[in-house]
Write a protein that binds this ligand. Structure first.
Ligand code: FES
Ligand code: MG
Length: 597
C-alpha cells in the first residue's frame, strides 16, 4: 500500500469557488445558486470534497444508459465517505448509431469533459464509461486535467443466445451479413438473429472496443480491480459502483492523480494485456491518444515490440468462443493479469486507483476456468499481438494477428519457401459508398487471391475515420465458400470484427498518404515476418503517379457537413498518433494552473 500524505480541507480545489475570502462576491454567487434545489450551505462550506460524476448514459446511448441507475449507488458511496456528489452529462457517444461515425465524437466529448473538470468546483471525478469511445474520451480528459479520477465501467450485456449457441454483439452482424449475401437467410431473420445478441442492459458482450477499453482502464490502474467486465445487470455491478464512490473521496484526500497512475509502465502493461485479451484494433488508437495526453510517447512500434510476442489467453469473441459473462466468471481482467505477471510480462509495481500496486491487487486472482482464460503456458494462439506494418505506401498500419483464420493462412500464407508472405492483385475503393456500389460488379474480377483496398476512410477523408476496412467479398465468392479476403485501408474496423485486415494505414490518402497512388490491378506483396507491405511497381511509375495526383490538387474527399467536422479535420492527427487534436496534447495538468489547485 503506497503511503499518501493526506491533504487538509483548506487545500481542496473546490475551496477556490466555495470558500474564498479574497473574493467574497464570487464565492457568494457560486454558492447561492447551488442552494436553489436544496443543497445546504453546510455541505458546500464545511470542507467536504466535491465529487463530479460524468454521466455518459442517456436515452441516446443505450450501451451506457443504466449508468442513470448505477450513479445512485455511486452517490451513496460518495456520501458515505463524506463527499458531495455533482452529476453532469458527457456528450453522448453511441457507437453503432452515430453518423458519420462515433469516432468523430471522442475528441468532442474529451474537450467537453476537460472544460467541465477545469472550470467547475470539482475535487475529484467518477468517469462513467461503457460504449467504445466513452472510455478513451474520459481517460484522455482525466490525463489533461489531472484531478483525482476513477473510471466506472457500466459493464457488458449478458450472453446472447440463439438456442444453445452464443450470439456475440457485433460479431454476429458480420456473420449474418455473409449469410444474407449468400441467400441463406432473409431480412426479417437477419433482424431477429441480430437482436439475440442484445439480451440485457450493458455494452457489447464481445471483446470489442467497449470491453477492451474498459479492460484497458482497469489495466492502466484507473478503475477498481476486477470491475471492468462485471456484467451490467449483476448485483456486483451496483456494488462496485458504491465502492467506486467511496474510493474517489479517499483519492481526493490522498491526492492520487491520473498522472501518478498513467505512467509509461502502465501503458506498457496495457499493450501486453491487450494482446492477451485479443483486444480491439481500435485500442492502439485510443491508448496512444491517452498516452499523448499523459505526456508519454507511445507508438505502434511499441505495440509490436511489446505486444506481438504475447499469446492470446482470453477465449472470447471475436478471437475466441465465449462472451464477457463467462470471461468475468473465469476471473476477468485480474486473471489475465495474474497469468501475465507470473510469466514476468507485467510491471507489477504500477500504481492503481485503490492505492495498491497492480501486482499486489492480483493475490489469489488466478483463472477459475482455463477454457475461458487460458494459462500462459497453454494459450489459444502464440504471438497474438499486433504487427506494425510499413512499406512504400504508408509509415504504419496494424494487423491483428490473433484473428488470422486457418482458412486464410492456407489460402494466402502458403508459400513453403516464405510462409509469412503473400501477394495479390488489388481492387481499390474510395470510401464505403463506392465499395457498396461496386463490390458485386463482375468486371472487377475479384477472385480468391484479391486484396481489397479501402481508402478515403481515415480521420480526414471520412471525418473521424470510418470502421469500414473489413470488407466482405462479393456475393458470388461467398456463395463459393470464400468468406473473407485480405483487406487493407486507411480507416479502422470494428473491434467486434474477426477480419485479419491491415488497417489504420497512416498517413491516410486524404493527407498525402501513398494509398492515394494505388490503382486497381496493381500487385501488393505483404510480408508479415519483415513487417512490410510493398506495392510492386517501379519507382519512376510511382513518382509519375504522385505528380499527376499533385496536379489534380491531391486526393479528393467529401466536404464538411457540420462545424465540428471542419474544426476536427483542420487539426486531427493520424490514426497512428492516436487521432488526437494537434493543439490539445500540449495541455497537461491544467487543474493546477488555474484556479490555483
Ligand atoms: Fe455500444 Fe458496442 S455498440 S458497446
Ligand atoms: Mg466500433
Amino acid at each position: 500500500m503506497a503511503n499518501f500524505q493526506r491533504i487538509a480541507p483548506e487545500q481542496l480545489r473546490s475551496r477556490y469557488w466555495f470558500d474564498n475570502p479574497d473574493h467574497p462576491g464570487t464565492t457568494a454567487l457560486c454558492i447561492e445558486r447551488y442552494l436553489n434545489y436544496g443543497i445546504t450551505l453546510d455541505e458546500l462550506t464545511s470542507g467536504k470534497p466535491i465529487i463530479g460524476i460524468c454521466q455518459s448514459g442517456s436515452d441516446l446511448t443505450p450501451c451506457n444508459r443504466h449508468h442513470i441507475e448505477l450513479v445512485k449507488r455511486v452517490k451513496d458511496g460518495i456520501r458515505a465517505a463524506g463527499g458531495v456528489p455533482f452529476e453532469f452529462p458527457m456528450h453522448p457517444i453511441h457507437e453503432n448509431v452515430r453518423r458519420p461515425t462515433a469516432a468523430l465524437d471522442r475528441n468532442l466529448a474529451y474537450l467537453g469533459i476537460v472544460e467541465v473538470l477545469h472550470g467547475y468546483p470539482l475535487d475529484g471525478v467518477v468517469l462513467t464509461t461503457g460504449c467504445d469511445k466513452t472510455t478513451p474520451a474520459a481517460l484522455m480528459a482525466a490525463a489533461t486535467v489531472n484531478i483525482p479520477a476513477i473510471v466506472l465501467s457500466g459493464g457488458p450485456m449478458l450472453n446472447g443466445w440463439r438456442g444453445a449457441e452464443r450470439v456475440g454483439s457485433g460479431t454476429i452482424i458480420w456473420e449474418l451479413r455473409k449469410r444474407l449475401a449468400a441467400g441463406d437467410i432473409d431480412y426479417a431473420e437477419f433482424l431477429s438473429r441480430a437482436s439475440d445478441s442484445a439480451p440485457s442492459i450493458g455494452h457489447c458482450n464481445t471483446m470489442g472496443t467497449a470491453s477492451t477499453m474498459n479492460s484497458m482502464a482497469e489495466v492502466l490502474g484507473m478503475s477498481l480491480p476486477g470491475s471492468a467486465v462485471i456484467p451490467a445487470p449483476y448485483k456486483e455491478r451496483a456494488m462496485v459502483s458504491y465502492d467506486t464512490g467511496t474510493r474517489i473521496v479517499d483519492m481526493v484526500w490522498e491526492d492520487v492523480r491520473p498522472l501518478d497512475i498513467l505512467t509509461r509502465e502502465a501503458f506498457e502493461n496495457a499493450i501486453v494485456a491487450c494482446s492477451a485479451l485479443g483486444g480491439s484494433s481500435n485500442a492502439p488508437v485510443h491508448i496512444n491518444a491517452i498516452a499523448r495526453h499523459a505526456g508519454i510517447e507511445l507508438d505502434n512500434d511499441d505495440w509490436q515490440r511489446l505486444g506481438h510476442e504475447i499469446p492470446l489467453l482470453a477465449n472470447v469473441m471475436p478471437a475466441g468462443a465465449f462472451l464477457c459473462e463467462e470471461f468475468h466468471r473465469a476471473g476477468g481482467v485480474p486473471a489475465i493479469l495474474h497469468e501475465l505477471n507470473t510469466a514476468g510480462k507485467l510491471h507489477g509495481d504500477a500504481l492503481t486507483v485503490n492505492g495498491r500496486s497492480i501486482g499486489d491487487n492480483l493475490e489469489g486472482r488466478e483463472t477459475r476456468d482455463a477454457d475461458v482464460i487460458c494459462r500462459y503456458a497453454d494459450p489459444l494462439v502464440e504471438h497474438a499481438g499486433f504487427l506494425n506494418l510499413k512499406g512504400n505506401l504508408f509509415d504504419s498500419a496494424l494487423m491483428k494477428t490473433s484473428v488470422i483464420s486457418r482458412d486464410f493462412r492456407e489460402r494466402f500464407l502458403n508459400d513453403p519457401n516464405d510462409p509469412d508472405a503473400f501477394e495479390g492483385k488489388v481492387v481499390v475503393f474510395d470510401g464505403s459508398e463506392d465499395y457498396h456500389a461496386r463490390i458485386d460488379d463482375p468486371a472487377l474480377n475479384i477472385d480468391a487471391r484479391t486484396i481489397l483496398v479501402m481508402r478515403g476512410a481515415g480521420p480526414v477523408g471520412h471525418p473521424g475515420g470510418a470502421e469500414v476496412v473489413n470488407m466482405q467479398p462479393p456475393e458470388a465468392l461467398i456463395k463459393q465458400g470464400i468468406e473473407s479476403l485480405p483487406c487493407l485501408g486507411d480507416g479502422r474496423q470494428s473491434g467486434t470484427s474477426g477480419s485479419p485486415s491491415i488497417l489504420n494505414a497512416s498517413p491516410e490518402a486524404a493527407t498525402g498518404g501513398g494509398l492515394a497512388l494505388l490503382e486497381s490491378g496493381d500487385r501488393l506483396r505483404v510480408d508479415l515476418k519483415r513487417g512490410e507491405v510493398k506495392l510492386l511497381i517501379d519507382a519512376g511509375e510511382l513518382e509519375a503517379r504522385r505528380e499527376r495526383l499533385a496536379q489534380q490538387g491531391g486526393y479528393r474527399y467529401p466536404g464538411h457537413q457540420t462545424p465540428w467536422q471542419e474544426i476536427q479535420r483542420s487539426m486531427v492527427e493520424p490514426l497512428d498518433r492516436g487521432m488526437t487534436l494537434e493543439s490539445a496534447s500540449k495541455y497537461r495538468d491544467v487543474a493546477r494552473q488555474h484556479p490555483p489547485r
